[in-house]
Design a protein around this ligand. Structure first.
Ligand code: SF4
Length: 334
């Protein structure tokens, strides 16, 4: 269980049942608390040094989400939906949620969940066709659920009243509480995987590969539609060997009926100057992900793998996926 080192909260969260519940829970545990004006701008955290990054990941911020704008998306979903949390307590060295300075990285929970599910259900019902809504693009909802129970509640509410599908990715295995829910086949869960060596060295604080695979098997048995996200592909020195081994482990450990029905997404790692700075100072002994031989600029302060290497990677991954999962769809490679 995550025990925050400190809570920062907007006073108004006490007007919401979830806010009240969380504040009461952490008061009983004598967790230090501080009132803030806005979850978006916590001066004290904004000015902290990069070296404090892991410490800040131990804080919990409670606020009210004010922006509810859905962004059209054209990958596995039709819209990206701002939902009940943002940030995370894990520390993947490439995390795309780490933006300017440190302020977007720590876990923020938004307590106005009733407002968010209402908009989600109403929007889904207004559509002519069944659309898919990505609710997990700003955080890891399986992780958040261990603190709030929001994901369980969302899956059942959407299952009862929503139209189309909700979907979210995760790197965590705490899924037992999702297995007996009445999801009504309207939830698509996408498990993100990487070779175990990369998980250990880069995806700090997330579940092991074997536990993630076990979670996929259980969720599939519970009737959920499941996808596998190979993401992000990190082209370390022995990447070919590592990713081949990953696909072989998936082939060996996934249940036969899961193998028949899963789909894949593949995403190559992008990186940034901000990551380099935070990681150098906060994790001086960690593996270095920026490699100037292999990477090239992609907009201001951002890096991606050079085209020839990226193309080689795509061909290789498509080839090994075809060999071990010949009938499964690869929705996209980016
Ligand atoms: Fe970021 Fe996801 Fe890793 Fe959390 S689990 S640090 S949200 S990439």
């Amino acid at each position: 269980m995550f025990i925050p080192q400190k809570i920062f909260f907007e006073q108004n969260v006490l007007q919401y049942p979830l806010g009240k519940k969380l504040i009461e829970r952490y008061k009983k545990m004598n967790i230090p608390m501080q009132i803030i004006d806005s979850h978006n701008n916590i001066e004290e955290l904004r000015n902290r040094e990069n070296v404090d990054f892991p410490k800040m990941k131990q804080y919990l911020i409670l606020g009210i989400r004010k922006t509810h704008k859905y962004v059209p998306n054209h990958k596995v979903s039709d819209y990206l939906v701002p939902y009940t949390s943002s940030g995370c307590i894990a520390m993947c060295l490439y995390c795309y949620l780490v933006c300017h300075y440190n302020k977007c990285a720590y876990l923020r929970i938004f307590v106005n969940k009733e407002q968010m599910i209402k908009k989600l259900i109403d929007t889904s019902n207004k559509q002519e066709k069944e659309l898919t809504f990505e609710i997990g693009s700003n955080s890891d909802l399986v992780l958040e659920n261990t603190i709030t129970g929001n994901l369980q509640w969302t899956i059942e509410e959407f299952g009862k009243y929503g139209k189309g599908y909700i979907t979210f990715p995760t790197k965590f295995d705490m899924v037992d509480c999702l297995l007996n829910l009445k999801h009504n086949c309207k939830t698509i869960i996408r498990m993100s995987v990487n070779p175990e060596e990369i998980i250990r060295k880069v995806e700090l604080g997330t579940s092991t590969l074997l536990n993630r695979i076990d979670a996929i098997n259980k969720l599939y048995k519970a009737g959920y539609k499941i996808g596998i996200l190979i993401a992000p592909v990190i082209m370390v020195e022995n990447w070919k060997e590592l990713y081949l081994e990953l696909i072989q482990i998936l082939n060996e450990k996934l249940d036969e009926d899961v193998k028949k029905n899963i789909f894949f997404e593949v995403i190559f790692m992008t990186y940034s100057y901000v990551h380099t700075k935070i990681n150098e100072e906060a994790f001086p002994n960690a593996i270095k992900l920026y490699n100037k031989e292999n990477m090239t600029g992609r907009g201001k302060g951002k890096y991606m793998y050079k085209k020839n290497l990226r193309d080689e990677g795509e061909i290789y991954l498509r080839t090994i996926l075809k060999k071990y999962f010949p009938n499964n769809e690869i929705i996209y490679v980016v």
